[in-house]
Ligand binder design. Structure first.
Ligand code: HEM
Ligand SMILES: [Cu+2]
Length: 608
């Protein structure tokens, strides 16, 4: 034992020495950062600072350029989306029939836990950070984020976070390690997750997951500080509070929410880790705060978290819808006010997740009132989106289709939320599939759709190319039909009394036949969504590599309606320099090592 530890220590020492040697051998790696040589980030010329970008993998490991970091976040989020999606396909396969006959209950529980955590923490937040990093500096006319290095650190905390969160799946096959994935569900309710006593989750896999979550929380907090500092201090000379774009407003509000919510999650996670490993009794039954304390702490973070995820996608909708309606966003000011109102109110509703726990009915009623109130600013946004389209010159491009889909889904998600916010209804529907249907209408129906709207809208800016429109429409219709099939079926399942988080519904009571049909419809819908996403990936990758480069920097005819905003102006400058440079026939090889972004290469070469 001692010898093994000694050997391990020596090995780790050698590894560290190796890393140190490797770092010194990378020739002058400091010069790759924008602040080197007199502060590139504050120099007037955008692009100048990144002249010395190294090629290949080193570039991506050392980059502090906001656009590169945006790409890293985006790639990371896409991988997490795929992992979470494959997990849920296995779960849907299990639910095709009442008995547990496909993957087994324990594995189902592990997948359920990881699916939720993956989609919220490894996909949702990073996907928003991808848009934020790439576009906020362009939208507000900044050269980069306020703290480029902190930006890079925030991203690089995420891969270890994912490895820890998924650790149990890698180690489970090695029986001697005895580390299995957590089965706590994403809410990690105690006493189940406290791991004290029989029948609870004492396995080290849970500790790994908690530590991984902690890393993602630190990452999100660092990112939010960066966004706040950037939007406050790095705006270009012609950008002020009165004409700040709507997406930046939502990112600013969201960052404020993160700043108050995520540190609280971090503290709660530490308390849980202490309860698990150091015999403290914060959440112990009958002592300390008890399991209800965990629920308060978790949901004080958890409800703001749902708006942390929802506000920036709402910002994307507010930004894209006017572009394809040929007119300005209706009631811009009120959309901003409603964003701020949601931000404030979202900290006053957390106990609507705890209506069924037996908390004081008077407290419960006040949470019901605030929860109903938060529907008002949400509805203000919805009406503003609809009024913007009303009588406008609507063009049904792929981004616009996804926007309309997102608004429609959000209406169903929001209305079901209002149902759940009223105590008597919630007491019937709590912990049924109705809740699952409600929040998936929002997380898939609003967030997912808004992300796709943003991706298609900015794809020409990002790659200088156009996606294949037919495939994009196929992607939309498969996703729209699949989403509504899956999650509307879940609303019915909830009414039928199907509890959530079960691997089986072979209960021997209740209308099992009808429940089976709705579960099968939900699985069919999930399959449609899955096929849609395969088409999406194919479209993006193939168009990126093979579509011809566009010379027109205004693919959406934004100039016509006077909406050729900052980021497109930047794109136009870039396109023009590239063409003046005769850069079209850039060597394919360099384009590839540059991360498949040929226009980037051309810009750099034109700067030299
Ligand atoms: C119109 C505003 C909304 C209202 C009034 C509302 C209300 C509620 C209520 C009362 C519950 C608890 C149901 C239960 O467990 O019995 C709930 C659950 C949930 N809501 Fe909403 N909601 C709203 C919007 C949103 C948004 C925008 C999101 C996500 C971005 C969201 C995500 C969730 C999630 C994830 C859960 C389930 C948490 C869990 O137990 O795992 N909701 N909602
Ligand atoms: Cu909530």
């Amino acid at each position: 034992m001692v010898q093994a530890q000694l050997a391990l220590t020596v090995l780790m020492g050698l590894l560290l020495a190796g890393v140190a040697v490797w770092l010194t051998r990378i020739e002058d790696w400091r010069s790759y950062t924008p602040l080197a040589g007199g502060g590139g980030a504050v120099s007037g010329e955008t692009g100048y600072a990144h002249e010395e970008k190294p090629g290949g993998i080193i570039r991506w490991l050392t980059t502090v350029d906001h656009k590169d970091i945006g790409v890293l976040y985006g790639t990371y989020a896409t991988i997490a989306f795929a992992v979470g999606g494959i997990m849920v396909m296995l779960m849907r396969a299990e639910l095709l029939a009442p008995a547990t006959d496909v993957i087994g209950a324990e594995f189902y529980n592990s997948l359920l836990t990881s699916h939720g955590i993956t989609m919220l923490f490894l996909f949702g937040t990073p996907a928003i950070a991808a848009f934020g990093n790439y576009f906020i500096p362009l939208l507000i006319g900044a050269d980069d984020m306020a703290f480029p290095r902190i930006n890079a650190i925030a991203f690089w905390l995420l891969p270890p976070g994912a490895i820890l969160i998924w650790a149990g799946f890698f180690t489970a096959p090695i029986a001697s390690l005895d580390i299995v994935p957590a089965q706590t569900a994403w809410t990690m309710y105690t006493p189940l997750s406290a791991g004290v006593g029989s029948g609870t989750q004492a396995n080290v896999g849970v500790d790994f997951m908690l530590l991984g979550l902690h890393l993602t929380g630190v990452s999100a907090t660092m990112g939010s500080i960066n966004f706040i500092a950037t939007i406050f201090t790095e705006r270009g000379p012609d950008v002020n509070w009165a004409n700040l774009d709507i997406f930046s407003w939502t990112i600013l509000t969201q960052s404020g929410l993160i700043l108050f919510a995520f540190p609280l999650l971090g503290s709660a996670l530490i308390m849980l880790l202490l309860d698990r490993n150091f015999a403290t009794t914060f959440f112990a039954v009958g002592e300390g705060g008890g399991p209800i304390l965990w629920q308060h702490l978790f949901w004080f973070f958890g409800h703001p978290e749902v708006y942390i995820l929802a506000l920036p996608p709402m910002g994307i909708l507010s930004l894209v819808i006017p572009k394809f309606s040929g007119r300005k966003l209706f009631g811009f000011k009120f959309v901003v006010y409603s964003t701020l109102a949601i931000g404030v109110l979202s900290f006053g509703v957390w106990a609507h997740h705890m209506f069924a726990t037996g908390i004081d009915p008077r407290i419960r009623a006040s949470f019901m009132a605030v929860s109903l109130a938060i529907a008002i600013p949400s509805a203000v946004k919805t009406f503003n989106w609809i009024t913007t389209m009303w009588g406008g010159n609507v063009r049904l491009t792929a981004p616009m289709l996804f926007c309309i889909g997102a608004v429609s889904n959000f209406i169903i998600g929001g209305v079901t939320g209002v149902f759940l916010a009223s105590i008597p209804v919630d007491l019937v529907l709590h912990d049924t599939y109705y809740v699952v249907g409600h929040f998936h209408y929002i997380v898939m129906g609003l967030l997912g759709f808004a992300f796709f709207a943003g991706i298609y809208y900015w794809f020409p800016l990002f790659t200088g190319k156009m996606y294949q429109k037919r495939l994009a429409k196929a992607h939309f219709w498969l996703t729209a039909i699949g989403t509504n099939l899956t999650f509307f079926a879940m609303l019915f399942l909830g009414y039928l009394g199907m509890p959530r988080r079960y691997a089986t519904y072979d209960f021997g009571l209740g209308p099992v036949n009808i429940i089976t049909v709705f579960h099968q419809l939900a699985t069919l819908g999930a399959l449609l969504i899955f096929v849609g996403q395969v088409i999406w990936i194919w479209n993006i990758v193939q168009s990126w590599y093979e579509a011809p480069t566009m010379e027109d920097a205004d693919p959406w005819n934004l100039k016509e309606s006077g909406q050729f905003t900052h980021e497109w102006q930047w794109h136009e400058r870039r396109t023009e320099t590239a063409i003046a440079d005769g850069g079209e026939d850039t060597d394919e090889e360099t384009a590839m090592t540059d991360g498949g972004e040929p226009s980037e290469t051309r810009r750099t070469s034109s700067d030299e």
